[in-house]
Design a protein around this ligand. Sequence first.
Ligand code: XUL
Ligand code: CO
Length: 438
Amino acid sequence: MQSFFSDIEPIRFSANTDNALHYRYYDPTRKILGKTMEEHLRIGVCFWHTFCWSGSDIFGESTFTHPWHHTTTDPMQQATLRAAAAFEFVEKLGLKYYTFHDRDVAPDGRNLRETQDNLSRIVDLMAGHMQRTGAKLLWGTANLTHHKRYMAGAATNPNPEIFSHAVAQVKHCLDMTQKLQGENYVLWGGREGYDTLLNTDLSKEMDQMGRFLTMLVDYKHKIGFKGTLLIEPKPCEPSKHQYDFDTATVFAFLQKYGLEKEFRVNIEANHATLAGHSFAHEVAYAFAANVFGSIDANQGDPQLGWDTDQFPTRLDEIAQVMYLILQHGGFTTGGFNLDTKLRRQSTEISDLFYGHISGIDGLARGLIIAAQILEKGVLQKFTEQRYQQWQTPYGKDILAGKMDFEKIAAHVLQHDKEPQLTSGRQEMLETMFGRELV
Ligand code: XUL
Ligand code: CO
């Protein structure tokens, strides 16, 4: 079999190394709080940015000349080579997982039947690669943004025939994900939103999306797909406004259509910051609403207002998220999918390795730091203490519904004393957290 990365040795862990082609922190077998790093992190490589993107942007042409695209012009041949490259890459990085969109792995045909045949053929090849390398599918998803038919949305399109096309595409993609034993299935609605309210009936579009997702759930149960259905929130880009704006919006939507037990969220760091939140906020909210599923790991550039999908290296951000994940017992079917891409000037194959190693080490280091913070227990104790008064009989009665406005008002008037103020100790806690980052 053709090798695409023969110049690069398999990436291994080497403590205190200065070699940027080694992991300095990611040691898959190292045990942390009873689980290996590999089990905690469940890191995946994405097909789209890593193997499909050519380095083009809206102002300029492709800059990459990856051999899986440049040794042939036949799209199915390219797809075959791309799959071989992808599994070789995942294996070289010593990872277990990958993720894909249907259109990343196989090209569109002349009609839907041919498109589906293309995908089925490549999926058979992928199954072989998975068997050979031991790689597993974290999740699959359908690309409902690229084709022009979806310019006004897929499930939220004003035309029911386009809605139906999306149904057929998602049905087949879920079938393929099941065939590859995918552990989750993702929906990200880049065009499920609007460009202008002047031509949009928001309420109709929401109902359409509710119907689409309800039918998807029915189909999932019918075929016995074991994975978790995940919605990936994003506020905008490519649409001006997307209906899955953030986790809270997704949760409200799911509740409206009675779907909150059927879906969880796939939180992407850069989408969180585009929505004006922190990455940690989205994760904390998802746990609070009991819809935490998986993570698209990356980071944005604070100076740029778009989704730059850079490799996650900002330790304070990662450690805080890891801390939340550890506190809540870790992933179930989810993991850290590296939804990350190179900068356009990083044109060499080795750059793909440098990028992924930096992101994987970022996640590993965040995990080590978060475990230390958790073991010391200072933050957790402080937070517990902060709510201690709710544990008194009086506090418990309020939450148990045994009190009402009149009784509570009477209680206050009976004593009529200003409650004591307690310091939130933010600076002290920031010191304790920051000390673990060095
Ligand atoms: C787009 C994005 C997608 C999803 C999957 O911003 O993050 O690649 O992760 O469709
Ligand atoms: Co993503």
